[in-house]
Design a protein around this ligand. Structure first.
Ligand code: NAP
Length: 461
C-alpha cells in the first residue's frame, strides 16, 4: 500500500473513532458539547482524508462543490430552533441525492467491473437514496407547512406502494443478473423517487418528526451501501452509525407517543380531529393574573415547571431562568419535569433550558417526575399541552389514550400558561383545564413569565 493511502486510512480510522465518541458523548447534556465538537473534527478529518485521494486529477470542481455547499449550508445552520426538524429533513434529502448521484455515476462508468455483490449493493444504494431524497423533501415541506399537513389517503394505497417497491426490487434483480441491461437503470431511480413521495403522503404532519428520524436511518443505510460500492470503510462505519441511531431514535419517539411503528407509517394519524365541542364550551375555567400567580408561587415550597412547545415558540427560557433564580433564592424547591416528546423534536426542552443555564440536575424525566407530583404545591405548565393531558390515562376514545403523560393533575395547584383554550399538536381538548385546582394564566409564555418575575422581584419578601 502506498504511503499516501496508509495516511488516508489512518485519518479515516481516527474520524470513525471520533464519530463513535461523538454519539456517546451526545447522550447526556453534560458532555453534549464535547460530542458535537468530536463530530465536527471527525467530519473535517473525513473530508480532508478524501481530498488526499490519489485518484483526484483536478481540484477545480471539488472547490466549486465546496463553495456551493457552504453557500447552502451556512444559512441552513442558522434557522430557528423550532425549524430544526425540517432543516434536518433537508440535510437528509441532500445526503440521499448525493448517494444516488454517486451510485448512478458509478454504474455508468464502472458497471463492467462490478461483481454480483457490488451490483446488488449499488441497487440497494440507489433505491434507498432516491426514496429518501423525495421522502425527506416531502417531510420538510409538510413540517414547514408549504405542503398540506393532512394525511392523503386513497383506497388500495398500501397495495399500490408495495407494488411499486416490489417493481423496483424486481428491476434490481434483473440488473444484478445482467448489469449491461442499462436501459433498466433509470427506471429503478424513477420508481424509487415516486415511492418516496407515496410513502410520505398518507402520514400526517404530526408524525413527521418520527418519520424524519426514520429517513435519517435510511440515509445512513444508503451511505453504508455506498461505502461497500466504493470500498470506503469510513462511509460504511458512519453510515451504519447513522442507520442504527436513527432507527433507535424513531423507536424511542414512537414509544413516548404510545404509537407502534406500523401505526406511524400506515395509521394516517391526525386525519380525524376528535372534538367534543358542545360539552367543552359550557364548562368553565378559572383564570388568574400575574400578581396572583406570583403570590401562589412565592408561597409554595415545592414547584415543578413543565415546559412545552409554547415555551420554545415564545423563546421564554431566559425569563423562566430568571423566575427560577428568584424562587430558588427565596428557598422554593424548583425542578423541571421534562416529557420525552415535549416540543417538536427529541431533547428540545433540554436544549432550551441548557441554553438558559438551568442546572442539569434540576431536570427530571418522566419517570422521576411522576412520583413527585403528589407532594408538589404547584405544577406550573409553560406552553405544554398534550404531554399533560389526563385523557391519555382515562379516556379510551382519545387519540392519545395510553400515551405516558406527566401527572401534573396530582399536584395541589396546577397553573397553565398559554394564550387561549386552543388545543396543542394532537388537536384535542385537555380536561386538565376544567379541574377545580387548575388556574389558567392566559398570555404569551415570555410575556407572562416576565410579568411574574416583575411581581416577584418588586413584591415584599
Ligand atoms: P402541544 O401539545 O403542541 O401544546 C403546545 C401549547 O403551547 C399549545 O396548546 C399552545 O396553546 C401553546 N402555545 C403556543 N404558543 C405559545 C406562546 N407563544 N405562549 C404560550 N403558549 C403558547 O405541546 P407539548 O405539550 O410540548 O406536546 C408536544 C406534542 O408534539 C405532542 O403531541 C407530541 O406527541 C408531539 N410531537 C413531539 C415530538 C418531539 O420529538 N418532541 C415529535 C413528534 C410529535 P395556545 O395556542 O392557547 O397558546
Amino acid at each position: 500500500m502506498p504511503t499516501s493511502e496508509i495516511i488516508i486510512e489512518i485519518i479515516y480510522l481516527v474520524a470513525s473513532a471520533l464519530f463513535v465518541l461523538s454519539l456517546k458523548w451526545m447522550a447526556t447534556p453534560a458532555t453534549a458539547r464535547r460530542g458535537l465538537f468530536a463530530g465536527e473534527i471527525g467530519m473535517i478529518l473525513a473530508v480532508a482524508g478524501t481530498l488526499l485521494h490519489h485518484g483526484i486529477l483536478s481540484y477545480t470542481w471539488i472547490l466549486v462543490g465546496l463553495v456551493l455547499g457552504a453557500v447552502i449550508g451556512v444559512p441552513l445552520g442558522n434557522v430557528a430552533m423550532t425549524a430544526v426538524p425540517q432543516r434536518t429533513a433537508l440535510s437528509h434529502a441532500f445526503g440521499a441525492l448525493c448517494v444516488t448521484l454517486v451510485g448512478a455515476a458509478h454504474y455508468y462508468t464502472e458497471r463492467a467491473e462490478l461483481t454480483t455483490f457490488g451490483m446488488s449493493v449499488l441497487c440497494a444504494e440507489v433505491i434507498l437514496g432516491s426514496l429518501t431524497f423525495t421522502g425527506s423533501l416531502m417531510a420538510a415541506g409538510k413540517l414547514q407547512e408549504v405542503l398540506p399537513q393532512r394525511p392523503i389517503t386513497f383506497k388500495g394505497q398500501n397495495f399500490v406502494n408495495l407494488a411499486m417497491l416490489a417493481a423496483a426490487v424486481v428491476i434490481a434483480v434483473m440488473l444484478v443478473i445482467n448489469p449491461n441491461n442499462s436501459i433498466l437503470f433509470p427506471f429503478i431511480i424513477a420508481i424509487s423517487l415516486i415511492f418516496g413521495v407515496m410513502l410520505i403522503i398518507p402520514i400526517g404532519g404530526a408524525d413527521m418528526p418520527t418519520v424524519i428520524s426514520l429517513l435519517n436511518s435510511y440515509a445512513g443505510l444508503s451511505a453504508a451501501a455506498m461505502g461497500f460500492v466504493l470500498d470506503n470503510k469510513l462511509l460504511i462505519i458512519a453510515g451504519a452509525l447513522d442507520g442504527s441511531s436513527g432507527l433507535i431514535l424513531s423507536v424511542i419517539m414512537s414509544k413516548a407517543m404510545n404509537r407502534s411503528f406500523t401505526n406511524v407509517l400506515f395509521g394516517a394519524f391526525g386525519q380525524v380531529q376528535a372534538k367534543a365541542a358542545g360539552a367543552t364550551d359550557e364548562r368553565t375555567v378559572r383564570s388568574a393574573s400575574p400578581e396572583e400567580a406570583a403570590s401562589i408561587l412565592g408561597a409554595a415550597s415545592k414547584v415543578i415547571i413543565v415546559p412545552g412547545y409554547g415555551m420554545a415558540v415564545a423563546q421564554a427560557q431566559h425569563k423562566v431562568r430568571e423566575m427560577y433564580d428568584i424562587l430558588t433564592r427565596r428557598g422554593v424547591d424548583v425542578k423541571f419535569g421534562i416529557h420525552p416528546v415535549a416540543g417538536r423534536m427529541p431533547g428540545h426542552m433540554n436544549v432550551l433550558l441548557a441554553e438558559a443555564d438551568i442546572p442539569y440536575d434540576k431536570l427530571m424525566d418522566l419517570d422521576q417526575s411522576n412520583p413527585e407530583f403528589p407532594q408538589t404545591d404547584v405544577a406550573l405548565i409553560i406552553g405544554a399541552n398534550d404531554v399533560t393531558n389526563p385523557a391519555a390515562r382515562t379516556d379510551e376514545s382519545s387519540p392519545i389514550y395510553g400515551m405516558p403523560i406527566l401527572d401534573v393533575d396530582k399536584a395541589r395547584t396546577v397553573m397553565v400558561i398559554k394564550r387561549s383554550m386552543s388545543p396543542g399538536f394532537a388537536g384535542i381538548d385537555n380536561p386538565l383545564y376544567y379541574l377545580d385546582r387548575t388556574l389558567m394564566l392566559f398570555g404569551d409564555a415570555k410575556g407572562f413569565v416576565g410579568d411574574i418575575v416583575k411581581e416577584l422581584a418588586g413584591g415584599h419578601h
